[in-house]
Design a protein around this ligand. Structure first.
Ligand SMILES: Nc1ncnc2c1ncn2[C@@H]1O[C@H](COP(=O)(O)OP(=O)(O)OP(=O)(O)O)[C@@H](O)[C@H]1O
Length: 248
């Protein structure tokens, strides 16, 4: 789908992205010429064997790491060529992150954690909006709780609320359900699904879990730093089989 789309339909596009680490004998090519577009209002899962380049792809697409060569286009801006200052601004306003480890500030309440991106961006903080978002993720009765007073699934829902508050064009998720039991994972995946279906946000998610990947609109598979396959609306079984074949 990405090839035929115009840029206006594409939230993020990687063009011939190469990312190398180290030098000389120790040089590793983590991404080896990746070209892919993530269409607006879609959810893409990124899978592949350990070391295939999934996290590197996510970090380059999100402007957390610079490619060695190639372009990363967010709208009409090339993140690969942006200044540090522009990248910081972009990460605050246009991009959201959800990580396996939740990354909440332990001394802050759920409400304060969700308000934090707005405060950092110097925006006006509406506590009504903060509470509304926490209510959306089912935590309307946990506003004053600190992370240690919440379950893993609840902490991840706070992290999702925090990523939603700035209404980012793209949400990058790195193993968002990796630390959760299956019930909590289902709740979190349902929230991600509604961000795409109800708010037309774009999600790029790295996962090892075929059940999580099957909730996405499409699944791309990496091997040795290259995209080797893509499945559209696959079943859990299809994802698991494809992954097993790549890992064999
Ligand atoms: N900072 C780094 N310095 C050197 N090599 C790195 C660095 N980060 C990643 N690599 C290498 O790049 C390759 C891709 O790593 P990456 O973390 O993107 O893989 P992955 O698919 O996310 O793996 P996993 O599923 O195990 O998390 C690996 O060979 C890894 O060792």
């Amino acid at each position: 789908m990405d090839m035929l789309q115009t840029q206006a339909d594409t939230a993020v596009e990687l063009r011939d992205v190469v990312r190398e680490y180290g030098s000389g004998q120790a040089r590793v090519r983590a991404l080896d010429g990746v070209g892919i577009g993530f269409a607006r209002g879609t959810w893409t899962a990124v899978m592949g064997p350990s070391g295939s380049g999934k996290s590197t792809l996510l970090h380059c697409a999100a402007g957390l790491e610079r490619p060695t060569s190639g372009q990363v286009l967010l709208g009409d801006r090339d993140l690969a060529a942006a200044s540090e200052r522009d990248l910081t601004e972009l990460r605050r306003k246009d991009i959201g992150f959800v990580f396996q480890s939740f990354n909440l500030v332990s001394s802050l309440t759920a409400e304060q954690n969700v308000a934090l991106p707005l405060r950092l961006a110097g925006s006006k903080v509406s506590m009504t909006d903060v509470r509304a978002i926490l209510t959306t993720v089912g935590l309307g009765d946990r506003l004053g709780h600190r992370p240690r007073e919440l379950s893993g699934g609840q902490q991840q829902r706070v992290a999702i609320a925090r990523a939603m508050i700035t209404r980012p064009a793209v949400l990058f998720a790195d193993e968002p359900t990796g630390a959760l039991d299956s019930g909590a994972a289902r709740t979190v995946l349902g929230l991600l699904r509604s961000m795409v279906d109800d708010a037309q946000q774009t999600i790029v998610m790295v996962t090892h879990d075929p059940a999580a990947a099957a909730r996405a609109d499409s699944v791309v598979f990496l091997r040795d730093g290259r995209i080797v396959d893509r499945l559209v609306r696959p079943s859990v079984r299809e994802v698991a089989d494809r992954l097993a074949a790549l890992e064999a």
